[in-house]
Design a protein around this ligand. Structure first.
Ligand SMILES: *Cc1c(COP(=O)(O)O)cnc(C)c1O
Length: 853
């Protein structure tokens, strides 16, 4: 048939339902189940059919359904309640931030991330990093931070995953339709949609900007799909991690440099710039360029300003997670840029080279170089990051590498099942939601009767099983499997059986198929007639990661074998919807990465709040979260050089713990059929972990340790026409110019270690001499650096400032200290000199350090 034209009819909303549209356009609804319930109740089928997307729902809902609800007094009352909850959230003046830091409420914190996982309707995330950014934004809104987020609008999002009949992953992309999403044009002060442009590689590329409202904060998304651009440039931002390196560098130019231009166009003057992962680190270069051209200061001075306002969070110790660009590509895209910074090509490239001879410009190194405050995402990951990036500060001991950590968390209300939330509402303080970050909030978890918690958990598990079966049916139908095979799915998964969940990106270090290393042994565990077990898997593989595709295929093949069929389930298209169902409905959440490659991991945090128990490698957050009574561990803290033996030992540990501890405990029920001991661990999980691994705790920590010092620091260095920035820059230049004259030596330069014997707690008097050349003693710090002696080197090192005694005739300075060591043992010490300036963010940022030679 020949179609003459297309007509789009948008449902007219009765006046009383207009506010439902305001709510649909603000992702606030996504963590407020009472709001979601309203849409569901108007037309559940349509709600599900349209992918639980309220914007689209209101466009397509029938007038009849809407009008029938108008006469439903009970519904209208709840609509009123939701609207007033939304309004009071949006206009609340008494937030945690405004209460605690009233003097900073007019400041602006800008947050940059390549992906955001806010809700499934907006699939512009690939996995944990994106979900973390989304959760960070939601918590920033809840806590009332003056916060603006910047990202890219991927019109085709991240890929959807299909797993074909042979078990191979297939990818597909769909166009998102802006008019059907909670996205609005970002407007400038004249009401026009904000546009930016960037000139690189001999052409100018344009972009428009969209706004996503996330509660009280806005996320701005940059989109190059505009008329002025060539077809190639229009597609530049269309896919997340979809293109080649050339696409990637251009996307990152738009994210970093474009992001700053978006803030300018919107009139947002940020004091803090948070780079969430290195994708956005070109931003620091743009900030410096602007300072140089607008404020008439030089590169070094501008860099001091940027160091004070920029924060960098690194998210992965896996090399593939760190973006690098070949130098010829840097020449192509930045050939016109370094001149504007007053830098030579060499000095410019040096900002992003891990080592001088490196052939790749490393975005993580650039971020580490430009940001004054830097962190990993768990305690262990902080340490690992200090190690892998230690060559950015070659002489600085690993412990002193200026990278700290802020452990990740999750947005509690996003991942909490409404049913468990109802229990919290019933048994915790009324205002528990406004103090999620406090441990005392969850102390009353023990008041929930075991029966009630267990019954709720069981309902959630049944809901999950129904969800999984429905999805599996679609999966099998799409693969053309027989009706018989589809019908069999109804007998898959037993609500009474111990159910393990395993879902995350299928990167090989996550070892998704580790539990199948000894097939006979796991088969026996799964098929115990009295105490059966079942496992649900889900996850996407990066399209270019061949070995990860093999892992999917392997699990798929096992799931089809006798003894595993119906008990090992591989669900396709892991996304936030699948994640939400899994983290609310399984019994145990398993995670077995190759330590220490899991920077934090967050899915295990999502399960805790629902009373689901972790069974994991002591890696990432679980290293900190596990307390002996709130879950189980796989293996121990040993790290192996040999992957094969690590896999053997860890898989043995999985089997042993399942057989001896987890399975028996789950089936150890009292006369009412309730596993009391199990429930005790569920409650310990909620009590000990919910508050600490929430983004409320995390964002509070970022605020206190990073954002506020950056607000303060950037104001101080910029005041009086950047006088302190200039001073600091001059100081640093002077130190660098004269540092070669600095020497430090012990009183008698002994060729072997000086041998002191001392009783515990007694003072040990140590002296050192420093030659400083043109440098004033007030500008340096002399320290004794000491710690236990192990294999000829110092471990668990500590440093203490030494006192200047006097100046000797030869011009050297004498320093001394009375060192007290309490614990007996063998110790060693040495001395060092570092620059000292009270306005340094970190004493080691200059990289200057002199040791006794
Ligand atoms: C939470 C989440 C992740 C991250 O899980 P990890 O345990 O950190 O690997 C990845 N993908 C989705 C869809 C998630 O919801």
């Amino acid at each position: 048939m020949y179609l003459v034209g297309k007509i789009n009819v948008i449902s007219a909303l009765p006046e009383k339902f207009k506010r439902l549209n305001d709510i649909a356009c603000n992702l606030w609804w996504s963590w407020n189940p009472e709001a979601i319930d309203l849409y569901r109740e108007i037309d559940l089928d349509l709600w599900e059919k349209l992918g639980k997307n309220p914007v689209r729902f209101l466009q397509e809902v029938s007038q009849k359904k809407l009008h029938s609800k108008l006469n439903d007094a009970e519904f209208m009352k709840r609509l009123d309640d939701v609207v007033s909850a939304f309004d009071s959230y949006m206009t609340e003046k008494n937030t945690w931030f405004s209460r605690t830091y009233p003097e900073s409420t007019h400041k602006a914190i800008a947050y940059f991330s390549a992906e955001y996982g806010l809700n499934e309707v907006l699939p512009i995330y690939s996995g944990g990093l994106g979900v973390l950014s989304g959760d960070h934004c939601k918590a920033a809104s809840d806590l009332g931070l003056p916060f603006t987020a910047i990202g890219l609008f991927y019109k085709q999002g991240y890929f959807s995953q299909r797993i074909n009949a042979e078990g191979w992953q297939q990818t597909c992309f769909n166009d998102l339709n802006v008019s059907q999403l909670p996205i609005l044009p970002a407007q400038d002060s004249n009401g026009k949609q904000v546009q930016i442009n960037i000139t690189f590689a001999g052409r100018t590329v344009y972009a428009q900007v969209w706004k996503v409202q996330v509660g009280r904060i806005n996320l701005y998304l940059i989109d190059t799909d505009v008329q002025q651009n060539s077809p190639g440039d229009r597609a530049l931002t269309s896919r997340l991690y979809g293109g080649d390196q050339e696409t990637r560098i251009q996307q990152e130019i738009f994210l970093g440099i474009g992001g700053i231009r978006v803030l300018d166009a919107l009139g947002i003057h940020a004091s803090v710039y948070h780079m969430n992962e290195g994708h956005s680190s070109f931003m620091g270069l743009e900030l410096i360029r602007k300072l140089i051209t607008e404020k008439n200061i030089n590169f070094q001075e501008a860099k001091k300003v940027v160091e004070n306002s920029a924060i960098f969070t690194t998210h992965t110790p896996v090399p593939a997670g760190n973006d690098v660009f070949p130098l010829y590509m840097m020449d192509k895209y930045f050939g016109d840029f370094w001149g504007q910074l007053g830098l030579s090509r060499h000095d410019f490239l040096d900002l992003g080279l891990k080592k001088a001879e490196d052939q790749n410009f490393n975005m993580t190194v650039l971020a580490l170089t430009l940001a004054g405050r830097k962190n990993g995402v768990s305690e262990l990951h902080g340490a690992v990051s200090r190690d892998i990036f230690s060559d950015v500060w070659p002489e600085v001991p690993k412990n002193d590498i200026p990278i700290t950590h802020v452990t990740n968390g999750i947005h509690t209300l996003t991942w909490l099942s409404p049913k468990i939330k109802a229990l919290y509402d019933k048994y915790l303080d009324k205002d528990w939601k406004s103090k999620i970050y406090e441990s005392s909030t969850f102390e009353n978890i023990d008041n929930i009767p075991d029966e009630e918690l267990w019954e709720t958990h069981r309902e959630l598990k049944i809901k999950l099983i129904e969800f999984v079966r429905a999805r599996l049916k679609q999966q099998k139908l799409a693969n053309g499997e027989s009706m018989e095979a589809v019908r069999q799915i109804d007998s898959f998964l037993d609500p009474d059986a111990l159910t393990i969940g395993f879902a995350r990106r299928f990167a090989t270090y996550k070892r998704a198929n580790l539990i199948f290393r000894n097939l006979a042994r796991i088969q026996k565990i799964l098929n115990d007639p009295e105490k059966p077990m079942q496992i649900i898997f889900a996850g996407k593989a990066h399209p270019a990661d061949g070995p990860a595709h093999e892992v999917i295929k392997n699990i798929n093949d096992i799931a089809r074998q006798e003894g595993f069929y119906g008990k090992v389930i591989l669900l396709e298209n892991y996304n936030m919807t699948v994640a939400r169902n899994l983290v609310q409905g399984v019994d145990v959440w398993m995670n077995n990465p190759r330590r220490p490659l899991e920077a934090s991991g967050t899915s295990g945090q999502k399960v805790c709040i629902n009373g689901i128990i972790n069974f994991s490698i002591l890696d990432g957050w679980w290293c900190e979260g596990y307390n002996g009574e709130n879950g189980w561990v796989i293996g121990d803290e040993t790290e192996f050089d040999n992957e094969n033996s690590q896999d053997n030992i860890d898989s043995e540990s999985i089997y042993d713990t399942l057989e001896n501890i987890i399975v028996p405990l789950y089936y150890n029920v009292n006369e009412k059929g309730i596993p009391e001991e199990w429930i005790r661990i569920m409650k310990n999980t909620i009590k000990s972990l919910t508050w600490n691994y929430s983004t409320d705790r995390m964002v509070k920590e970022y605020t206190e340790r990073m954002y506020l010092p950056a607000i303060k620091g950037s104001a101080i260095v910029s005041a009086d026409n950047f006088s302190l920035a200039k001073q600091l820059s001059a100081f640093e230049q002077q130190m660098k110019a004269n540092w070669s004259q600095v020497q430090i030596y012990a009183e008698k330069s002994a060729s072997s270690l000086k041998d002191y014997k001392s009783d515990s707690g007694h003072d040990i008097y140590l002296t050192a001499y420093a030659k400083l050349g043109a440098i004033e003693p007030s500008n340096i710090l002399v320290e004794v650096y000491y710690g236990s002696l192990s294999n000829g080197s110092i471990v668990n090192a500590q440093a203490m400032e030494m006192k200047l005694e006097n100046r000797a005739d030869d011009g050297s300075y004498k320093y001394s200290i009375n060192l007290k060591i309490e614990d007996g043992g063998e110790y060693a010490y040495t001395f060092r000199v570092i620059p000292r300036n009270p306005n340094f963010i970190n004493s080691f940022d200059t990289g200057l350090i002199r040791w006794v030679e």
